[in-house]
Design a protein around this ligand. Structure first.
Ligand SMILES: Nc1ncnc2c1ncn2[C@@H]1O[C@H](COP(=O)(O)OP(=O)(O)OP(=O)(O)O)[C@@H](O)[C@H]1O
Length: 225
């Protein structure tokens, strides 16, 4: 494996990586027949995340960051290449995927069951997440009545529920107020200390020093920055 996140020793990537991607390629169809063409977005992306690493994924608009993240979590098939995952993944898509008629509490219950969490453990973690991100008062509010920022908190909370080894966040703090934004980074720091890994798509140069490492997508490849 080569490129950004290259191995740090002579062992195979699986020795240390909780998430590794090798040779990822992806193209999309553009236009309508007969003027259809394929646009290559990812052209051989290699990356690996070590336990406890907080990595920023940057690149200009349309460089393929969301596409890569979807492939890493298994939400989108790659045309070529392989992804190796060990442990649980938590994923926050750019657009929160929620059920508009379910309340925040019902979302946590549903996701808790999907993750196979014991109900008491789910309720306990849910209380912690509400308290930390400050949206307990919306526990009984339906998703379609939440503000954009609260929806982002629910999205993040659901990704955190099962305490995943790897958290993949696609612009997670877009709708956060400043206080929540600072809490978010505190939470990321706690995960780092607990040996959990976080990959964050970010557009903010000001966040650069908060990452252990930054990977840039450029011309369809991942390069260290
Ligand atoms: N489902 C799709 N069908 C066709 N083209 C797509 C599809 N999804 C993404 N694309 C194209 O692939 C390219 C990469 O998109 P992607 O959303 O991965 O970029 P990004 O780096 O996350 O962008 P941004 O910074 O604007 O969020 C863009 O040119 C986009 O238009």
């Amino acid at each position: 494996m080569k490129g950004a996140g290259a191995r740090r020793d002579d062992g195979p990537p699986d020795d240390w990586a909780v998430l590794a991607a090798a040779g990822i390629e992806k193209s999309y169809r553009r236009g309508v027949w007969p003027a259809q063409r394929r646009v290559r977005v990812l052209q051989g992306v290699d990356l690996a995340l070590a336990p406890g690493e907080v990595v920023g994924l940057v690149g200009e608009n349309g460089s393929g960051k969301s596409t890569l993240m979807k492939i890493l979590v298994g939400a989108l098939p790659a045309d070529a290449g392989a992804v190796t995952r060990s442990g649980r993944l938590g994923y926050c898509p750019q657009e929160p995927v929620v059920y508009e008629r379910l309340t925040c509490d019902e979302h946590f219950e549903l996701f808790g069951r999907a993750y196979g969490l014991p109900p008491e453990a789910e309720r306990h973690t849910r209380r912690d997440i509400y308290a930390f991100l400050g949206f307990e008062r919306y526990a009984a509010t339906r998703a379609d009545r939440l503000s954009g920022g609260t929806l982002s908190k629910l999205n993040l909370g659901l990704a955190l529920l099962a305490d995943p080894e790897v958290l993949l966040l696609d612009e997670p703090y877009a709708g956060f107020d400043f206080d929540t934004y600072l809490k978010f980074w505190k939470l990321v720091g706690e995960r780092r200390r607990a040996g959990r890994s976080v990959l964050i798509i970010s557009h903010f140069v000001t966040d650069a020093e908060r990452f252990d490492r930054i990977i840039e997508l450029r011309d369809g490849r991942a390069v260290p920055r």
